[in-house]
Ligand binder design. Structure first.
Ligand code: NAD
Length: 440
């Protein structure tokens, strides 16, 4: 089969990565985006967010002539054999449900221009049942009618490892309604499949569910160890040692079993909430009721981190100078959506602390979203004269901080390690009062 021509609709964290990687794998790709600034930026070779390895690949893909970007759905419909929809599905304001406005708009706008046999593939994370609903909508709106097919191919990439996760994913999941759709997807992913990636072919609703089930499992694992941290705090036990001891059991495994400030970002929190909401609509809310507790444990870690800073400061945060290390929801990303770091920083500020934030990549995003916080140029810069240092995102450069050098510039040698990223022995040896969640 000839290589299908691909479009990628919505070029944010997921879509831009998908478009660039598919072009790098040899496909002709057209990125479609409503935000003209993103089209201009990507067209000029600038990735509008932080993702290691992506800028170099974007430049190469543009030079190869295989990758272009547009705002025109008409052009997209004409160009593409397979369309990947990668628009956002954020949490609705005032509800746990997913906001489907962008997905609905993307599918219906595209459908109106589809005049020949094509496959439209959803990659966004959606409530189960969405693909069936959109199938009816697309067939009704498309001039090509029943010739247009819909499939779901959920995405599992991790920000910070997005290129490698796209080129060499753990698995590909194809939710399809026909043999033809499966063949189209196999052709669109031929180089990835050729690299040894297993493919799970299934129906639409299972494909949709795989994604939310996976994220629910990962969130549960994190909250599980953080629940153990709460118990440790009440007993004087050490959750760090507990987690390491559990991880030796390969039925349990050490990944996502790291205690600390918990999860955030544009996926896990909103995905488990949307799943809980959708399960309720389907009359099986009880089956995933535990996810509310998973969310609750996760939120409590943020509050407990603020408490630790308050305790170290002597019980009152008023006027206390806090150096906040980290703003992004995780290292190697500039994504600040539902970032635990910024949640903690703003709560500390509301309690009267004077908070100075530094992050290696997310400063622009943080400044825009939280102009009320003050920002510094480096970890050293924000730590100068601090009464308490709090590590909120485990960037490598924070792990490598020298406790002796840091000790020279702070006002008080007190540190809260919100990510279990530092070695307590060496920090204490350098005279620091060291506190971490779930550790004595
Ligand atoms: P994002 O907000 O970074 O990107 C979405 C993009 O879609 C934006 O650039 C936006 O301008 C564009 N857009 C919105 N409406 C559009 C329309 N009608 N036509 C064309 N473009 C439109 O979001 P993201 O993080 O890339 O996530 C996208 C989806 O992928 C979500 O459902 C998310 O849950 C899922 N997902 C994300 C990741 C991740 O690591 N970010 C991983 C797996 C799955």
């Amino acid at each position: 089969m000839q290589n299908p021509r691909l479009t990628v609709i919505g070029t944010g964290y997921l879509g831009a990565t998908h478009a660039v990687c598919m072009a790098a794998l040899g496909f002709e790709v057209l990125g479609v985006e409503i935000d003209e600034r993103k089209v201009a930026s990507l067209t000029s070779g600038e990735v509008p967010f932080f993702e290691p390895g992506l800028p170099e690949l974007l430049v190469k893909a543009l030079e190869s002539g295989r990758l272009r970007f547009t705002t025109s759905y008409e052009e997209a419909a004409e160009f593409g054999d397979v369309h990947f929809v990668c628009v956002g599905t954020p949490q609705q304001a005032g509800s746990d449900a997913a906001d489907m406005t962008y997905v609905d708009a993307a599918f219906s706008t595209l459908a109106k221009h589809l005049t020949r046999k094509t496959l439209v593939v959803g990659k966004s994370t959606v409530p189960v049942g969405t693909a069936a609903r959109l199938t009816a909508l697309v067939k009704e709106l498309a001039p090509a009618g029943d010739e247009v097919e819909l499939a779901w191919n959920p995405e599992f990439l991790r920000e910070g490892f997005a290129v490698d996760d796209t080129m060499h994913p753990d698995r590909l999941v194809f939710g399809v309604q026909s043999e033809w759709a499966e063949q189209q997807l196999r052709a669109a992913f031929a180089p990835v499949i050729g690299g040894g990636t297993p493919v799970k072919v299934t129906d639409l609703q299972t494909a949709e569910l795989v994604k939310v089930a996976a994220n629910s499992f990962l969130a549960t694992k994190i909250s599980y160890i953080n629940a153990m941290a709460e118990v440790c705090e009440a007993t004087g036990a050490d959750v760090h040692d507990l987690a390491e001891a559990l991880a030796y059991d390969d039925r349990i495994g050490g990944k996502f079993l790291k205690p600390g400030l918990g999860f955030g970002g544009g996926c896990l929190p909103k995905d488990i909430r949307a799943f809980t909401h959708r399960a309720g609509e389907l009359g099986v809310g009880q089956a995933v009721a535990f996810l509310r507790e998973v969310d609750g444990i996760n939120r409590r870690r943020r509050a407990r981190t603020v408490d630790l800073v308050r305790e170290l400061a002597g019980g009152d945060l008023n006027g206390v100078r806090v150096a906040a290390l980290g703003a992004s929801f995780k290292p190697n990303s500039d994504d600040i959506r539902d970032a635990p770091a910024l949640d903690v920083a703003t709560t500390l500020q509301k309690a009267g602390a004077v908070v100075h934030v530094f992050d290696p990549a997310a400063m622009d995003n943080a400044r825009k979203a939280y102009p009320q916080l003050s920002y510094g140029e480096s970890a050293i810069d924000v730590a100068r004269d601090a009464d308490v240092v709090v590590l909120l995102t485990e960037w490598a450069e924070f792990r490598e901080l020298d406790p002796a050098a840091m000790g020279e510039i702070v006002n008080q040698k007190r540190i809260v390690d919100g990510r279990h990223a530092l070695d307590p022995v060496s920090w204490r040896a350098a005279g620091w009062e060291y506190r971490a969640l779930g550790r004595p």
